[in-house]
Write a protein that binds this ligand. Structure first.
Ligand SMILES: Cc1ncc(C[n+]2csc(CCOP(=O)(O)OP(=O)(O)O)c2C)c(N)n1
Ligand SMILES: [Mg+2]
Length: 317
């Protein structure tokens, strides 16, 4: 049974029941799991274009924000929210939902765009970004925005949080999966590597009788080659990135981060990996799909002017 088969009142009752650990309630909540959405690649491409239009419009309207790193991760979240993850916008705290954690919290407009398009709130809210009283803060605030799993913006913390959420899933015997999106500049933070080491450390033989293998955890690194102060290879060379994660005990997959088919295949591969967490190193272009923003360091943390918004929207079609 999928959510679309259920009436509204039954749906709410289902999710209330998921906190109940009786066999009957657990069986019911297992039956009631919503399936991931399934857009075709062409439909997903159209959705990616929509997300990009939201991003440039809302940052232009706000007059501040981080467009470059929001645009580079568009296909990553499109693949996750429209082909991979299991969630229900009507029940944002449903205990069995898959979790998406935006560790690079300055890309908040990207997350807001996808949360609006999936139905967590209206797309009309997007134009309130960074305004007084808005539920859409400049950086992610889990107390203000439906669907935001972690307050982020201080780089380096999301993977540690994700390890905790993945461990909690194992402890609670829930089969949700945890996805953490990191920036490549963010990987300069030592805490990322502490979390990477911890994630691969937890093994069932250490914690019998429970299974603590964190193969329910997937990190994605948006490897756009740029950070706030310049090129990653100049500021702090992190390559070879996949080899580093492998050395830390992770299964690593490298993809073109704008190729939806490659991304979906990589997430599916991650779902089949047993006994270790997976990292997807996604090669991307900062400012992707807007010619004057691509690889332009200026647009790391600078809003588009009204004229630039118009030019960008024209290009995005
Ligand atoms: C702990 C911390 N230090 C510094 C900053 C300021 N800052 C915001 S974005 C950014 C660069 C991040 O680069 P990257 O992770 O590569 O992000 P992307 O290229 O995807 O935008 C920095 C240093 C911060 N937010 N948090
Ligand atoms: Mg970067």
């Amino acid at each position: 049974m999928t959510l679309s088969d259920q009436g509204e009142s039954k749906e709410n009752k289902t999710f209330e029941a998921s906190a109940d650990t009786s066999a009957e309630a657990v069986a019911f909540s297992v039956r009631a799991k919503p399936s991931p959405r399934h857009l075709s690649i062409d439909e997903a491409r159209v959705m990616a274009g929509k997300l990009r239009r939201h991003i440039v419009s809302m940052i232009g309207e706000a007059g501040s924000g981080h467009p470059g790193g929001s645009l580079s991760s568009v296909e990553i979240v499109t693949a996750l929210y429209f082909n991979i993850m299991r969630y229900d916008p009507a029940s944002p705290s449903w205990a069995d939902r898959d979790r998406f954690i935006l560790s690079k919290g300055h890309a908040a407009p990207l997350l807001y765009a996808v949360l609006a398009e999936t139905g967590y709130f209206s797309t009309d809210e997007l134009s309130t970004l960074r305004k007084m009283g808005s539920c859409l803060q400049g950086h992610c605030d889990m107390r203000s925005t439906s669907g935001v799993e972690m307050s982020s913006g201080s780089l380096g913390q999301g993977l540690s949080f994700g390890v905790g959420v993945a461990l909690a899933g194992r402890l609670d015997r829930r089969d949700y999966r945890v996805y953490v999106l990191l920036g490549d500049g963010e990987c300069d933070e030592g805490q990322v590597w502490e979390a990477a080491m911890a994630a691969a450390h937890f093994r069932p033989e250490d914690y019998k009788p429970h299974s603590f293998k964190l193969d329910n955890l997937v990190a994605i690194v948006d490897h756009n080659g740029q950070q706030i102060d310049g090129l990653t290879r100049d500021v702090m060379n992190i390559d070879p990135l996949a080899a580093k994660w492998r050395a830390f005990g992770w299964h690593a997959i490298e993809v073109d981060g704008h190729d939806l088919a490659q991304l979906i295949a990589a997430f599916e591969e991650a779902g089949r990996v047993k006994g270790k967490p997976t990292v997807i190193v996604a090669r991307t272009v900062k400012g992707k799909a807007v010619s004057f923003m691509e690889n332009n360091l200026d647009f790391h943390g600078k809003a588009l002017t009204p004229d630039e918004v118009n030019r960008a929207l024209e290009e995005l079609g």
